[in-house]
Write a new protein. Structure first.
Length: 655
């Protein structure tokens, strides 16, 4: 029965490439604003001619169809011009995150064999340059600007590559997903047709260009006459500032992974400010959960629609579910919906036979959405992209996702989890085997296992379990530093547990189901557990312990060495605001990594705002309040606020 649900054929201009769709829009709205960034604006006409000049320059360097071009640029106009110019020249772009470890950048550049790399003068020192031409989009622009402003005739075809984006690989090395123009054209045209966004709609460009959703954000906006609002990396990491930007810029459409949406919902509740201009929020990248905070947000955003999309990097988005009706009727775990245009989904058993409705099966994807495969990995491409047994077309393929799902009676698909050890953390797809492979290279590590735990509902975290060589001693801090030299920040485990042995099943395999929950009491040699010296530090210790999930935190311990990251930093700053009634920028925690240092910043801020300095309170005279302070972990936010207000009023009355 559900084979009929795969009848998704829809007409679209298969002869068109992405940059050509953009050029059509330029002809229609040349003076419309294409990009806004930090008060600066760029029209469609200006964006087009600047990208044309760079594209002509790239063609003089030999860039044409099927040629890969690296781009390593911070979030800026140059980044967007660079991406567009590569497509206009006929090449395919390979994003290189300047925040990645040098080893990872070197591997990606060597694997892609890119002859040209776009960057800026600021980033030159850290980039791999051997065997390739480097073009600086700032320093070299005087030369580039001499090129023609006309659209280049690249000769690129829909089956040619548009980009190669690297994702986590189970062998310890990232793998490059090679995506075709045709697949992306189908996606963008479907997105435009199934969106309430009209010409001129403002869309926030939130995702990193190393994440495939960025393509959807950028080109669904530009190919429909909308305005793309770019934000700096600093704003992107600070949810409080992000909320202000959404309101100030009247953002109407937003693509966010679940965790970022949850953070935004929490901040709107805390501040009582809501981005009421929003009309669409599209979430993808991991399982969407309708938490109380998200439900509260959408009750305030009465004219905003929430879409839940699904799709791996090997196909980009392939399903969509629209949440309609009263928020109170929304399911806690919404389904991923139906296949988009020209896409087929199959739920199969191990014999590649369809499973009945309501029975779980592995999700396979077919149709126009599929990537060509993995760059320079014919073995893996053959393993994951198999012949389609349900099609009479010889070249038809299916992508084996490794995801479990089932059909609901109403034809929607419900996501159930993973078949293997691949996980989604904060919107990033991670092969746990890659982290294990790198960790095992540490000379002191004899065995290593990494799992994703969700001991607190909605808070999924990576945990590493390590057995050390008896003759070598190391610390958790050393292991964390070692991984940071080889892996990006989002792949660093939140906690490390050093065990004498790993638990095994009767068959001799690691029994991941009984690995212990980290509670802060595990062996962590070298930790500095100095106790708080005053009331401010004591409050911060409680906040850090709760957010990081540790029983003890020393005032000189590094937040990021304890497993902290940008999303947890947002929680820390939010709780500090609630406890001290002070607005502290998120950057404070990135500059002051310890409780001791952050307490000094708080003291200075309180002094500047002419607040009483909590640090001077004689704790011996606090009586019951001192007891409550020591028990802060058991208090609600309202009780914490009341306690601190009482402490401050006592000091004022004694002056």
């Amino acid at each position: 029965m559900y084979m009929k649900w795969n009848e998704t054929q829809a007409e679209f201009p298969q002869e068109k490439c992405i940059h050509q769709l953009f050029e059509v829009q330029v002809e229609q709205t040349p003076e419309a604003i294409a990009v806004v960034f930090e008060g600066q604006k760029m029209t469609y006409w200006e964006l087009n001619y600047r990208a044309n000049q760079l594209a002509h320059h790239l063609r003089t360097l030999g860039i044409t169809s099927e040629v890969l071009v690296g781009i390593c640029v911070e979030r800026s106009f140059e980044m967007l011009v660079g991406l567009l110019s590569i497509l206009k020249a006929g090449g395919a772009y390979v994003p290189l995150d300047p925040g990645y470890p040098q080893e990872r950048l070197d591997f990606m550049a060597a694997d892609a064999q890119m002859p040209v790399l776009l960057t800026t003068k600021k980033l030159l020192a850290c980039l791999p340059k051997q065997g390739r031409r480097v073009v600086c989009l700032d320093k070299d622009w005087e030369v580039i600007s001499q090129e023609s402003m006309e659209n280049p005739a690249s000769g690129v075809k829909p089956d040619n590559l548009a980009y190669v984006i690297y994702t986590s690989g189970s062998t310890g090395k990232p793998k490059g997903v090679a995506m075709r123009q045709l697949s992306l054209t189908n996606l963008i045209l479907w997105q435009i047709q199934h969106s309430t966004a009209s010409e001129g709609t403002k869309t926030l460009q939130f995702a990193s260009v190393n994440f495939d959703v960025s393509f959807q954000e950028i080109f669904s906006t530009w190919c429909s006459g909308g305005t793309l609002v770019l934000l700096s990396e600093k704003v992107r990491r600070d949810t409080v500032v992000l909320l202000s930007l959404l309101i100030e810029e009247n953002i109407e459409r937003l693509f966010l992974p679940f965790v970022a949406l949850q953070q935004l919902a929490e901040v709107t509740y805390a501040f009582g400010k809501f981005p009421t201009s929003l009309r669409e929020i599209i979430t993808a990248g991991e399982q969407l959960k309708i938490t109380p905070a998200i439900a509260s947000l959408f009750r305030k955003l009465e004219d905003c629609t929430l879409y839940n999309q699904y799709g791996p990097s090997e196909s980009h988005a392939v399903t969509c579910f629209t949440l309609t009706g009263s928020v109170s009727s929304w399911p806690v775990l919404p389904p991923i919906g139906h296949p988009i245009a020209n896409t087929q989904l199959y739920l199969l058993n191990q014999s590649l036979q369809p499973v009945p409705i309501g029975v779980s099966g592995e999700l396979y994807i077919g149709g126009a959405c599929l990537a060509r495969g993995y760059l320079n990995r014919p073995d893996l491409t053959k393993e994951k992209f198999i012949s389609n047994p349900f099609s009479n077309k010889f070249e038809a393929r299916l992508y084996k996702t490794g995801d479990l799902a089932r059909y609901l009676p109403d034809s929607n698909i419900e996501f159930l989890g993973r078949v293997d050890y691949q996980v989604k953390i904060r919107g990033f797809r991670i092969e746990l085997g890659e982290i294990e492979a790198v960790l095992s290279k540490h000379p002191a590590v004899r065995q290593a296992v990494v799992i994703a735990r969700e001991d607190v509902p909605g808070d999924k975290r990576l945990v590493a379990y390590v057995v050390l060589n008896q003759v070598l001693v190391t610390t958790v801090s050393d292991l964390r530093h070692f991984l940071k030299e080889h892996l990006p920040e989002y792949m660093i485990p939140f906690a490390f547990m050093i065990l004498k042995t790993l638990p095994l099943t009767p068959s001799g395999k690691v029994d991941r189901s009984v690995l212990p929950m980290p509670d802060g009491s595990e062996l962590e040699l070298g930790r500095s557990l100095e106790a708080p010296r005053n009331s401010i530090e004591e409050v911060l210790v409680v906040i850090w312990s709760e957010v990081l999930g540790l029983k003890q935190v020393g005032i000189y311990e590094n937040f990021f060495e304890l497993g902290g990251h940008s999303l947890l930093a947002t929680q820390i700053i939010s709780r500090i605001r609630n406890a001290f009634h002070l607005e502290l920028p998120l950057g404070s925690l990135f500059e002051q990594h310890t409780i001791a240092a952050l307490a000094l910043v708080l003291t200075q801020s309180m002094s500047n705002k002419k607040y009483s300095n909590i640090n001077t309170i004689d704790r011996n005279n606090l009586g019951h309040e001192e007891y409550l302070l020591a028990k802060l972990a058991q208090l609600s936010d309202e009780e914490v606020d009341l306690l601190l207000e009482n402490m401050l009023s006592k000091e004022k009355s004694s002056e």
